[in-house]
Ligand binder design. Structure first.
Ligand code: G3P
Ligand code: MG
Length: 264
């Protein structure tokens, strides 16, 4: 299917950075996503034992570093001793854009310092140990780097409604995305939509479980719809034609091509 010209915002969200080609949630992964033209860098946040916010998807360091155990049992100093890139060279030698050596797990502050306002941020609060702390710390960092004054430069997402509602109480200007994991074909009621509209700008569902009706209902209420994780162009095109307003993808390069209307 070709893509009718996209007559609405359509964000390419680099899922954990350019995570097909570089170790996820590292500076090179984010740099490559920016180069590929992604609209947003997705950053999953975990917290260290000493309360620092770091970019990591899993609660444990085992899959993406040479370490073992929970992120929350490491101090930042200890975490910074780990190698966060070699695993990728071994596991994905063909996909890797280059050999990744001496990569560290970045803190959110490392990332904000590195990119400043040259990119847009799509930040996920993962289940923090001390709920209150993650959100306040996150907002304080975004304030410090003056990223909250400019439109949709920062979007915050979470599977946790509590986390999003806490942020909404602290700062009503940040667009919030309620992530949803459906284990059955998704349907949505009017009351569900008004429940979400009290705090959320949009919904992030798993793309395999939604259909055109679901998307149109949310779009009729002007909610953004950002399905994850969409890696094939044909799925991107189908979802765009349903009216989704962005996708999380491990292939920002493909997403940009689809967005530019380049047919296969
Ligand atoms: O945040 C969107 C998507 O990344 C949610 O799934 O498990 O990849 O963080 P996960
Ligand atoms: Mg995520």
């Amino acid at each position: 299917t070709s893509v009718s010209n996209i007559n609405h915002d359509f964000f390419i969200i680099a899922h954990r950075g350019a995570s097909t080609y570089a170790p996820e949630h590292t500076i090179p992964s984010y740099e490559l996503a920016k180069e590929q033209g992604a609209d947003y860098l997705e950053i999953d946040l975990q917290m260290t034992a000493d309360g620092e916010l770091v970019a990591m998807h899993d609660e444990k360091v085992d899959r993406t570093t040479n370490g073992k155990g929970f992120v929350r049992s490491y101090t930042l100093h200890e975490l910074k001793q780990l190698d966060a890139g070699s695993w990728f060279n071994q596991q994905y030698p063909k996909q890797a854009k280059r050999e990744y050596i001496d990569l560290k797990v970045p803190t959110l502050e490392d990332i904000l310092k590195h990119f400043g306002d040259s990119v847009n941020y799509y930040i996920e609060t993962k289940n923090p140990i001390k709920g209150e702390y993650m959100e306040e710390k996150l907002l304080a960092l975004l304030e410090k780097y003056e990223l909250l004054q400019k439109g949709n430069k920062v979007i915050i997402q979470s599977f946790s409604e509590n986390s999003l509602r806490k942020i909404h109480r602290l700062n009503k200007s940040i667009p919030l995305i309620q992530l949803m994991k459906y284990n059955h074909p998704a349907t949505v009621s009017e009351e569900q939509i008004s429940h979400w509209k009290a705090y959320a700008r949009g919904i992030g569902p798993n793309y395999q479980m939604i259909d055109e009706t679901y998307v149109k209902k949310l779009r009729d209420h002007n909610l953004w719809v950002h399905p994850y994780t969409v890696n094939h162009k044909k799925h991107m095109k189908r979802l765009i034609n349903w009216g989704v307003t962005g996708v999380f993808t491990n292939y920002s390069d493909r997403g940009v091509e689809v967005k530019q209307g380049k047919v296969e």
